[in-house]
Design a protein around this ligand. Structure first.
Ligand code: FEO
Length: 398
């Protein structure tokens, strides 16, 4: 046996892989601590594999499967999610296990055909359908839009184990341990917020629907497609309440100030606003220069904190490009329930305030204070207005 494979519950084995090579997930989101692509094998009278892994890791994946099964065949491949970080090895797997039956819903099968040209040996299931493996039974729950339309979850009632797809997942590789009780899970929670805000953040309503669906199910083990397997009650409660909170767009008392600044004038306004908010009792304040901070981190902090202040110089009679891109990512995620304010600078025509005002109206944000607009550079009146803005935001956040 090449690998000592972790047994999560009776005859449920972890056969996922770690990716510490890729710089950007979806070629968009940084992976400073890597990522895991989780897959699980249920070795019952019938053998079921839950999801596959990114195609770059097919060979390692296969060796792990063989470490559990040897020459024994796999009867079912359950496809909870078709994004290629999980479906990438499907065609490769079918070539090695030609008799395998692929289980998914009708949307899954459309994608299995489209991505991999596979139409034979498929079993199309509906919500709450079951497939018996032997001692254990698989029950399927359709949970569309977490994070694609075909996404579903697979539950094993006897072992109270849920294979949840992307839901409850995090960025970050598994460096040794796989189950939360085997590792220090503390740092994964911040990465879970970043993962949620970057990948799932647009789909707050479907997440709420899924949480309501799962509410009546007795779950002791959460097996997501990324990050640790959650088994400890304290962690499970934390993970569920985090998803509940994030999907309702609820946030902690704190403030994100995201700004663009070409020569440092708009940045000085950001500094004055931040200092004033701190003077008035706000401890959690994060300043992001949109040209320097990655959008991935700014989004994480916007999902964490209730206050949001955006600053932009006018650039070619528009917003500063980095600010335009940033607010577009907020729009894309339907961010709600934020206390909002804005500020900016201009040299001959003030356009950025108009765009940021329109953005606030479009998003339904509560604008807590008049904007601070600065012509050319800082003066005493503008500085006083910036201090006022910081103070009012702090008072609103209380
Ligand atoms: Fe981990 Fe939506 O894929």
């Amino acid at each position: 046996m090449l690998y000592k494979i972790v047994e999560i519950r009776d005859h449920i084995y972890y056969v996922g892989v770690n990716d510490r090579t890729k710089h950007l997930f979806e070629n968009l989101w940084p992976l400073p601590k890597g990522i895991s692509y989780n897959s699980y094998l249920i070795d019952d009278e019938k053998v079921a594999l839950i999801d596959t892994v990114d195609i770059c890791y097919s060979e390692v994946f296969f060796r792990k499967i063989r470490s559990v099964l040897g020459d024994k065949p796999i009867d079912y491949l359950v496809v909870n999610h078709m994004e290629p970080d999980h479906s990438g090895s499907i065609e490769w797997l079918v070539n090695r296990y030609p008799d395998i039956t692929i289980i998914g819903n009708n949307r899954t099968m459309d994608m299995v055909k489209g991505y991999y040209g596979i139409t034979d040996n498929v079993l199309t299931i509906k919500d709450k359908d079951e497939v018996k493996l032997g001692k254990n039974t698989l029950r399927f729950y359709l949970t569309p839009m977490i994070h694609w339309p075909e996404t579903m979850m697979t539950y094993v009632p006897k072992l109270k184990t849920l294979f949840s797809g992307d839901a409850f997942g995090t960025f970050g590789s598994l460096d040794g341990g796989v189950i939360d009780s085997q590792l220090n899970a503390d740092w994964y929670f911040d990465e879970m917020i970043r993962y949620y805000s970057n990948i799932v953040g647009k789909y707050g309503s479907p997440v709420q629907v899924a949480l309501a669906k799962l509410a009546g199910i007795d779950i002791e083990v959460f097996c997501s497609t990324h990050g640790p397997v959650w088994t400890e009650k304290e962690n499970i409660d934390k993970v569920i309440s985090l998803y509940d909170k994030l999907s309702k767009y609820e946030a902690d008392r704190g403030l994100v100030i995201a700004y663009g600044s070409m020569y440092g004038n708009t940045e000085q306004l950001a500094e004055i606003i931040a200092a004033s908010a701190a003077d008035n009792g706000i401890k959690n304040i994060v300043l992001h220069d949109v040209a320097k901070s990655h959008q991935s981190d700014i989004l994480r902090d916007v999902f964490k904190y209730r206050g949001l202040i955006v600053g932009s110089p006018t650039y070619n009679n528009q917003l500063y490009p980095g600010v335009e891109s940033f607010i577009s990512s907020l729009r894309n995620r339907n961010i709600k329930n934020r206390l909002f304010a804005y500020f900016g600078g201009f040299s001959w025509a003030d356009a950025s305030m108009r765009y940021l005002n329109a953005f606030a109206e479009e998003m339904g944000f509560e604008v807590v204070c008049d904007p601070v607009s600065m012509k050319h550079s800082l003066n005493a009146d503008v500085a006083a207005s910036a201090r006022k803005l910081g103070r009012i935001m702090a008072e609103k956040l209380k």
